[in-house]
Write a protein that binds this ligand. Structure first.
Ligand code: MSP
Length: 528
């Protein structure tokens, strides 16, 4: 069994690093909550996890915004990256490092990598003439422009002609194609793999990786007229954070073991950078590629793209302040199958909250604890008094836990939540059908029967708290407090998560007391 010194394996998970030109919105919360949920599940399952998030602070887009505000780009980055940190704190994001591309170690990593590739001849000096989209920080060809606008964001592209360093993409095109073809786990969901392959098959032009027309960025080593392209800079954050520099110096660290297990969570709009440019950079650096790049879909608002100009951008802080962080996390992960686009609809948010969180889960916890208070003064009937636990419930939970690893590996979070909430209803129905309030407890069988129901309900709730923990960590912790158990101390006990229902004897020993709780987990929202 896994314990603190005997991890199953490493697991490295990353979010995109966020541009600091504006405050965070729901899309940023989304990428981060996905990464947090898988990080929490893997930790629970005995992996040594490193979870990275951070801020993308260089580039023309940031410089322009700082100029507009009359401050320096660094002042802008200092102010805005805090907003991301605050949001992630409110969302209980359990990151191990929040990297900033202005961090010293990152600047060193980027210059080391750039220099190494110049030495190798994979980066060379030439001239770039073409189009550039500043909001997307992307070079564009004539072919992809739509009426002079960027195909990604629809805004006008600018004409650029400047001396530039180029990264050889063409040299690695075939190798990349074969790599992607032969590894189903590399790009997820599977339909995205075909998209990337057809992009590669159109032919890869060498990528311009420096700019001379502005100054906010990392200078090219030995030629500081040139600023390193913000995507070349940003992607390398995934190496910096786990000690690339130390690794190059031959110091003993986890770099090698960790990087191979990397799962990059990205939005579909930035898949090309992660699945084409990034692997080429890694090939050129003679490094292994990450294990998986998972591209999630986009949140729309009432079926329209969210944008500042339309005034339909959802503010995650507003939702957290009004409904709680877990309610937001739940909605984001439950509403859409990861990978597809979804519509953020407030009525739908409230309906789900009221029916699934307040009615189904909230009521199950409050009615069970109330029954315990009423019948036993909060003392959980022991194994001896209650006999074995309801078999139907035990089977139902086993069905869920047996598929859990696979579902997480496929980022099938909506399905896990769906099954968990089905189970919550099964427990509610079990209580209704067995109607403890009708049982004649003057007979020994009646008493035993009642005790079995109480114990079965409590153990079920414990299992539910385990299942929801990665998605709703604070709710799981609150439930554990009510149940008076230490939070998921699997590694310290002999409990095997896959077989959690049957391990209840270890946690709930004879004489265990359930805390009296008048706490309402999810107060109903009155829709005005
Ligand atoms: N800085 C780059 C990433 C560099 S990673 C080496 C960047 N930053 S971003 O701030 O513009 O976007 C970060 C993430 O937010 C992307 O994964 C993007 O898909 C996601 N979202 C932005 N708007 C979104 C929605 N409306 N819905 C879901 N996610 C979207 O790109």
């Amino acid at each position: 069994m896994a314990n603190k010194d005997n991890y199953k394996n490493y697991f490295y998970v990353t979010t995109p690093i966020y541009y600091v030109n504006d405050k965070p919105h729901i899309g940023h919360a989304y990428s981060t909550v996905i990464a947090d949920s898988i990080a929490r599940f893997k930790r629970l399952s005995g992996y040594k996890v490193f979870f990275l998030t951070g801020a993308d602070e260089h580039g023309l887009k940031i410089e322009k915004e700082a100029n507009a505000r009359g401050i320096t780009p660094k002042e802008l980055a200092d102010a805005v990256h805090i907003k991301f940190k605050d949001l992630f704190g409110m969302l209980s994001i359990s990151y191990d490092r929040f990297i900033r591309t202005t961090d010293e170690d990152h600047i060193k990593t980027v210059q080391l990598a750039f220099f190494a590739l110049m030495e190798k001849g994979d980066i060379y000096l030439s001239e770039y003439e073409g189009w550039y989209c500043t909001p997307c920080e992307t070079f564009l060809t004539d072919k992809v422009l739509i009426d002079g606008n960027c195909p990604q964001c629809g805004r006008p592209a600018s004409r650029v002609k400047e001396e530039s360093y180029f990264l050889k993409l063409n040299k690695y095109e075939k190798r990349l194609e074969e790599y992607i073809e032969s590894r189903p786990e590399f790009i997820k969901p599977p339909f995205r793999k075909n998209e990337v392959l057809s992009f590669i098959k159109e032919g890869l032009n060498d990528l311009s990786v420096s700019r001379t027309s502005f100054s906010w960025g990392i200078p090219v080593p030995g030629n500081d007229k040139h600023i390193i392209y913000v995507w070349f800079d940003a992607l390398l954050n995934y190496l910096t954070a786990i000690g690339f520099e130390e690794f190059l110096e031959g110091r003993d660290n986890d770099f090698n073991l960790l990087f191979k297990t990397a799962n990059h969570i990205v939005g579909k709009d930035i898949l090309k950078f992660h699945a084409v440019y990034w692997p080429v950079m890694l090939f050129a650096l003679d490094l292994p590629l990450p294990k998986t790049i998972f591209a999630h879909g986009w949140w729309l608002m009432d079926n329209k793209k969210m944008s500042k100009s339309l005034g339909n951008v959802i503010d995650p802080i507003y939702l957290i302040n009004n409904y709680g962080a877990d309610a937001l996390r739940f909605y984001l992960l439950r509403e859409i199958t990861l990978g597809l686009d979804g519509d953020f609809n407030m009525d739908n948010f409230i309906t789900r909250y009221n029916s699934e969180l307040a009615n189904d889960l909230g009521n199950l916890v409050s009615r069970t604890t109330a029954m315990l208070q009423k019948y036993t003064g909060g003392k959980l009937p022991g194994f001896g008094e209650a006999g074995s636990i309801d078999e139907h419930l035990s089977k139902a939970i086993c069905n869920i836990t047996s598929t859990l690893n696979e579902r997480y590996d496929n980022y099938d979070f909506a399905r896990i939540l769906e099954e968990t909430f089905k189970f919550i209803n099964t427990v509610n129905k079990y209580i209704n059908d067995s109607a403890p309030w009708k049982i004649d407890i003057s007979s020994p069988e009646g008493k035993r029967n009642l005790y079995k129901i109480l114990r079965s309900a409590v153990v079920s709730i414990y299992c539910i708290s385990y299942l929801i923990y990665p998605f709703m960590p604070d709710t799981a912790a609150r439930i554990n407090k009510i149940l008076n158990v230490e939070a998921f101390a699997f590694f310290k006990s002999s409990i095997v998560p896959e077989n959690i229902f049957d391990s209840h004897g270890v946690l709930f020993k004879d004489g265990h007391k359930i805390n009296e709780s008048r706490e309402i987990l999810f107060p109903k929202i009155i829709n005005t």
